[in-house]
Design a protein. Sequence first.
Lengths: 103, 192
Amino acid sequence: MLGEFEYLLLAAAVRLGEDAYGATIRADIEDATGRHCSIGALYTTLDRLEAKGYIKTWMGDPTPERGGRPKRMVRVTATGQRAAREFYTAMTRGSRGLSWARP
Amino acid sequence: MNRFCWRLVDFVSRALEPSERHAIRGDLAETGASAGQALRDVLGLVARRQAALWKHWRPWLALGITAPFGLALSVASQSLAGESAIYVWLYAENWTSAYLTNPGARMDLLQFSVYFLLEFLALAAGAWLSGKLIAAIARPTVVVIVPLFCITLLIGGTSPIGIPSMFYAVIFPIIVRGVFVLCPALLGIAYE
């Protein structure tokens, strides 16, 4: 099963679609959690998810606002989406009847 | 301070794979991160990457051979420096042109020069091979192993040489260690 941060990363990458890469995913996670997301945590998790076959990454084109440096683009695979759905379902079920969960 | 920090970011990020380094530097440029924040982020990632590498046996093997090799090279260089320093000191202090005109003295000088040249070359070759071996075993972890290797070189074999000259007793062995051990070893690591 996915870890919490892995799920957040997959969710951000799916939400961003074609525009999913290191900096945008990081900003999305920080928006969602209200907490700082370190580059170290982000990039090591990307590697782990790629090794599990949940995402595919590749180097995108360099852009001027990045000082001519490329982006590490991210796409969530079907397996990754399934794993994210299973995590969400498990969390939703596990939260049933709890005061902080919606009825 | 800012420029120094960014230079430090560039230096530290060299421990990362080139593609990852460029992507991260791009992310930092795009988000307008401050130099301090960028340094913290890059240091964090390098630490995580290094920690992951040390889960394998190769860095530990490289570390296991770094200490004895470094110590052995250090002791050998100190011994050779001590031996050669006495001859160099004697020749330098008592030099006369008679050494070149007298056939016996000329032969002595030649024998001394060839002997120590070969000894120094053997020491440099040993250091170069040690560097190549360490890099071949654990290339990605050299950022940790090289400083340890340098520390071993510095602390090993530092017994004083019995010559009444500060230069030959103290500085000469340091030069020998730097030129014939440290430089060849670092070249061996760099060009593996």
